[in-house]
Design a protein around this ligand. Structure first.
Ligand SMILES: *[C@@H]1O[C@H](CO)[C@@H](O)[C@H](O)[C@H]1NC(C)=O
Ligand SMILES: *[C@@H]1O[C@H](CO)[C@@H](O)[C@H](O)[C@H]1NC(C)=O
Ligand SMILES: *[C@@H]1O[C@H](CO)[C@@H](O)[C@H](O)[C@H]1NC(C)=O
Length: 551
C-alpha cells in the first residue's frame, strides 16, 4: 500500500515538519541541473498545497548535500579502544530516507549520534523509522523513538563506554570497519522491482553523488582488459562498499522469487558481505546482554529508510519511489548526471557477470545508436497481460516494422522475450542491448536499468486504460530515457502523464487491450525524430532528463 498511493500521512508529516525546516531556497549555480523550484511549482500545482509546504523537506536535504564537501574516510582504521575522545558523528550527505554518516554508533539497538551540537542534524523522522511495514494507518507507529535513534554527548559516551576497571583499560567500542549500507526497511517492498530499482538504485545515486568530485564529468571509457575478482566501479571516489546490513529483514526477506536480487547484488558487489536481522540482533545482544555498556562504531554508513523517504514530497507525493529522494537531491546540485552515466558501474558490472561485453564509452551527451533493438517483455505467461488477440497483433505489427526498416537498409532487431523462459544471464544480455523496451506494466520492466541510455532509448509501458504507476516512468527518466505510457490507442509522455497513480479494476488482469499499429507507429516516429537530431530548443524541467541531455 505504501508504495502505491500518495497518502494523507505524507501530507500531514510534511506539514507538521514544515515549521521547523529551512524555507525553500532556489538552487542555482554553474553546471547544476535546472532550477528545481520550477518543476515543483508546476508538478504540484494540482495537489492543492503551497510551494513552501511541499518543498521544505527537499530544501532541507539540499542544505546537506551542498554544504558538505567530498570527505575522505580515514584510510587506517582507528582503534577506538584506546582513544581519549570518540570521534563525533557527522552527516556527509542527507536526503529524506538517505543519510550518509561518518562515525555512527549503535548500542542496545539504537543508532546513536555522538555530538555536542544536536542542531547539526536533520530531523530523525527524515532519517529513520521504527522499521515497521508501512500502511495508511500506522504513521505514528513508524515515527522513530529513542530506541531507534538518539543523541549521545561525548561526555555521556565516555561515561558509558570509556575504559574502566571492568574492561582491561580499553574503551568498550568496537569498529565495524569500512563502508556499511544500513537498510532499515522490512521485507514488505524488497521484492524484485523495489530492491534493485529503489534500494540499490537510490543507494548508488546517493553514494556516487555524495563522493563525486564536484560536477560529474564521466570518465572517457570503461573497459575491463584484465580478469579480476571485482568489477572495477566507474567512479573516481565512491568508497568501496564492504557490507549491507538488513536490520529488519531476514535471509529470505530481501530475496525475490525469480532470484534476481541475489544475482544482482553478487554480480555487482561480489565482495560485499550481507548481514540480516539475526546478525544485527547478535550485535544488539552484544551491547545489551552484559552488565557494562558497549557500542559498535561505523566509520562510514549509508542509512536508508523507506518511511523517512516517503516524508519527502518527491517520494511521498510525486513519484512514490524512495530512490527519487536520493536521485533528486544529487541531480539538482549537479552531483550526478542526467543521462545515466552515474549508473554505468552497475550496468557494466552486471553485463560483465552475465557474459556480455561491458565495454562502455561514456559521453557527456546521449549518442545515436548503431542499431535499434526493440525488446518486448512478453507477460502472456503471467497474471497481468494483454488479451491474446491484441498481443498477437502487437507482435505482428512490430515484426513488420522491423522487417520494413531492414529492407530500407537500416539495422533493426526485435526480441519477443518471455523472461520466465530465459536464464538470468540471458535476460541481462538482451536487456543490455535494447534501445526500446516494450511491455505491460510489471516487474519485467525492471530490466530497463540495464539498458545503456542513448538518444533513442525509450521504455514503452502498456497500462490498462485509466491505470498508471510511476515505477518505471520515473526510473526511465532518471536514467535519461524517454518513457511512453500506452492506453490502448492513446499515448502520453511526460509532462502529460497522470499526476497520480491509479489501479482501476482489471489493472492486474489478463484482458488489457493495446493497439499494435499505434505502438508500431509510435516506435517508428520516435526513432525517426531522435535520429533526425535534438530539438531546436531545450527548456525541459529537471525530470525530463532525456531532453536535458540531448542538447
Ligand atoms: C497497519 O500496520 C499495523 C502495524 O504497524 C497493524 O497493526 C495494522 O493492522 C495495519 N493495518 C492495516 C490496514 O493493514
Ligand atoms: C538476543 O537476545 C534475545 C533476548 O534475550 C534472545 O531472545 C535472542 O535469542 C538473542 N539472539 C541472538 C541471535 O543471540
Ligand atoms: C483499442 O483501440 C482500437 C484502435 O483505435 C479500437 O478499435 C479498439 O476498440 C480499442 N479497444 C478498446 C478496448 O478500447
Amino acid at each position: 500500500m505504501l508504495g502505491r498511493m500518495p497518502s494523507r500521512r505524507d501530507a500531514i508529516l510534511v506539514l507538521v515538519g514544515a515549521s521547523c525546516f529551512y524555507v525553500f531556497s532556489a538552487f542555482v549555480g554553474v553546471g547544476r541541473a535546472p532550477d528545481h523550484s520550477i518543476i515543483i511549482n508546476t508538478e504540484y500545482a494540482d495537489t492543492g498545497h503551497t510551494v513552501t509546504e511541499i518543498t521544505t523537506a527537499t530544501a532541507t536535504a539540499t542544505e546537506y548535500v551542498t554544504a558538505v564537501p567530498t570527505q575522505a574516510v580515514a584510510a587506517v582504521p582507528v582503534d577506538l579502544g584506546l582513544v581519549q575522545n570518540f570521534p563525533e558523528t557527522s552527516v556527509v550527505a542527507h536526503a529524506p530516507g538517505w543519510t550518509i554518516f561518518q562515525n555512527l554508533y549503535m548500542s542496545r539497538g539504537a543508532l546513536l549520534l555522538l555530538t555536542s551540537d544536536e542542531s547539526k542534524f536533520p530531523d530523525f523522522r527524515l532519517m529513520t523509522s521504527t522499521g515497521l511495514p508501512g500502511n495508511l494507518t500506522n504513521d505514528a507507529e513508524r515515527i522513530p523513538t529513542p530506541r531507534d535513534m538518539a543523541f549521545i554527548t561525548p561526555e555521556e559516551a565516555r561515561a558509558k563506554w570509556g575504559a574502566d576497571g571492568s574492561s582491561g583499560g580499553r574503551n568498550r567500542v568496537l569498529t565495524v570497519e569500512g563502508t556499511t549500507l544500513l537498510f532499515n526497511d522490512p521485507s514488505q517492498f524488497l521484492n524484485h522491482f523495489h530492491f534493485v530499482a529503489e534500494l540499490i538504485f537510490g543507494s548508488w545515486a546517493f553514494l556516487y553523488g555524495a563522493f563525486a568530485d564536484g560536477t560529474v564529468k564521466p570518465p572517457a571509457s570503461i573497459h575491463f582488459p584484465d580478469p579480476s575478482f571485482n568489477s572495477p566501479l566507474i567512479s573516481t571516489s565512491t568508497p568501496k562498499i564492504d557490507r549491507a546490513i538488513f536490520i529488519h529483514t531476514d535471509v529470505e526477506g530481501w530475496r525475490d522469487a525469480p532470484g534476481f536480487n541475489g544475482y544482482f547484488l553478487r554480480a555487482v558487489f561480489p565482495s560485499m558481505t550481507v548481514e540480516v536481522q539475526t546478525d544485527w540482533i547478535d550485535r544488539v545482544n552484544a551491547t545489551t546482554k552484559t552488565k557494562i555498556d558497549r557500542a559498535w562504531h561505523f566509520p562510514l554508513v549509508l542509512l536508508t529508510d523507506r518511511s523517512a523517504a516517503f516524508r519527502d514530497p518527491i517520494t511521498g507525493w510525486y513519484t512514490q519511489r524512495t530512490a527519487a529522494a536520493a536521485w533528486t537531491a544529487m541531480a539538482q546540485v549537479g552531483k550526478i548526471d542526467l543521462i545515466g552515466n552515474w549508473w554505468a558501474s552497475m550496468r557494466a558490472a552486471m553485463l560483465r557477470y552475465a557474459g556480455g561485453d561491458p565495454h562502455e564509452e561514456l559521453h557527456p551527451t546521449l549518442q545515436v545508436p548503431d542499431k535499434i533493438v526493440i525488446t518486448y517483455i512478453n507477460r502472456q505467461g503471467t497474471r497481468r497481460h494483454l488479451n491474446e488477440e491484441d498481443n498477437h497483433a502487437l507482435v505482428t505489427a512490430v515484426e513488420e516494422l522491423v522487417e520494413r526498416k531492414n529492407q530500407e537498409g537500416k539495422n533493426w532487431e526485435f526480441n519477443n522475450v518471455h523472461a520466465e523462459q530465459l536464464s538470468l544471464d540471458e535476460q541481462v544480455r538482451v536487456a543490455a542491448k535494447s534501445t526500446i523496451m516494450l511491455g505491460v506494466h510489471g516487474n519485467g520492466l525492471t530490466h530497463l536499468v540495464l539498458m545503456k541510455p542513448n538518444r533513442v532509448s525509450a521504455v514503452i509501458e502498456i497500462f490498462l486504460p485509466g491505470g498508471f504507476a510511476r515505477d518505471y516512468e520515473w526510473t526511465s527518466r532518471a536514467l535519461g530515457m524517454t518513457h511512453y505510457s500506452v492506453w490502448n490507442d492513446t499515448v502520453f509522455t511526460h509532462p502529460n502523464e497522470p499526476k497520480n497513480p491509479d489501479y482501476p479494476e482489471g489493472f492486474h488482469g489478463g484482458n488489457i487491450p493495446v493497439s499494435g499499429s499505434v505502438v508500431a507507429q509510435l516506435i517508428d516516429e520516435h526513432v525517426s525524430a531522435r535520429e533526425a537530431g535534438p530539438p531546436a530548443t531545450d527548456n525541459s524541467p529537471v525530470y525530463d532528463t532525456h531532453d536535458n541531455a540531448r542538447a
